[in-house]
Design a protein around this ligand. Structure first.
Ligand SMILES: Cc1cc2nc3c(=O)[nH]c(=O)nc-3n(C[C@H](O)[C@H](O)[C@H](O)COP(=O)(O)O)c2cc1C
Length: 224
């Protein structure tokens, strides 16, 4: 079983969020998974140019480090997303990765995969929950399952950071368990089915230039 952890803080090794990610990956390893950390702040990932190549041909037209990350995400059974709260959002590095991924969303490539989200923030717990929700929503929008999230806000005091590190390790173990038992998340599945029932009209409206998406949806039987 392969678990990939995405680190997206530009603070690299001095990152608070990295402490949670290291702990979650250690938990996953303890539970038997092969783990890999990818520091996307070190990579060259350009902005999406909205060229539609992914919708039309099934490949991104931009040749950069995104291709490498995409392969690793698609090969993984579980993904640990991590980002500090930057202006009530994920970092620009992670948002850029998300923006490059419409093919994963449109063709639901994370079907059967499980995700865990981690964040740290300066202010209160609301800031934490908001950013965890962004990462969990991305996972679900791509067809995957979001098991939960762990976060820490500096305003909670230093002992809360220790607790978040412990909880991240437990959640790393739980991520492996969720994958092993193919844990169902009926509410997330219902959300994905409801999305497909509506989005088919968008696919059909764009069928002349979203050829790859359209063929994929036809093959899956999602256009009925
Ligand atoms: C550019 C920038 C924007 C930030 N925006 C917020 C914010 O909107 N809300 C908040 O609670 N903390 C905010 N913070 C604080 C960080 O989320 C916090 O320090 C976090 O622990 C940093 O994580 P890192 O060490 O992994 O980079 C911001 C920090 C930076 C540098």
């Amino acid at each position: 079983m392969k678990i990939v952890g995405i680190h997206s803080s530009p603070k690299r090794k001095n990152s608070n969020t990295l402490k949670l990610l290291d702990s979650a990956l250690a938990g996953a390893k303890e539970a038997g998974a092969d783990i890999e950390l990818i520091d996307i702040a070190k990579l060259k990932i350009k902005y999406c140019t909205a060229c539609n190549s992914c919708h039309d041909k099934g490949v991104c037209s931009i040749k950069d480090d995104y291709q490498l990350v995409l392969k690793k995400l698609l090969d993984a059974d579980g993904i640990i997303w991590s980002s500090p709260n930057y202006m009530m959002n994920v970092t620009a590095q992670l948002k850029t990765l998300f923006d490059r991924s419409p093919l994963i969303t449109h063709e639901q490539f994370f079907d059967g995969k499980y995700g865990l989200s981690l964040t740290t923030a300066g202010s209160g717990i609301d800031e934490v929950d908001f950013v965890l929700n962004i990462m969990n929503t991305f996972m679900i929008n791509c067809g995957g399952n979001a098991i939960e999230g762990v976060g820490y806000a500096m305003a909670q005091g230093p002992s809360a950071m220790d607790a978040a590190i412990v909880k991240s390790q437990e959640m790393g173990i739980d991520l492996v368990e969720a994958i092993k038992e193919k844990r169902p998340y009926p509410e997330q599945k219902a959300k994905q089915e409801a999305w497909r029932a509506q989005f088919k009209y968008v696919i059909l409206a764009n069928k002349d230039h979203w050829t790859h998406n359209c063929d994929y949806w036809a093959e899956k039987g999602w256009l009925k």
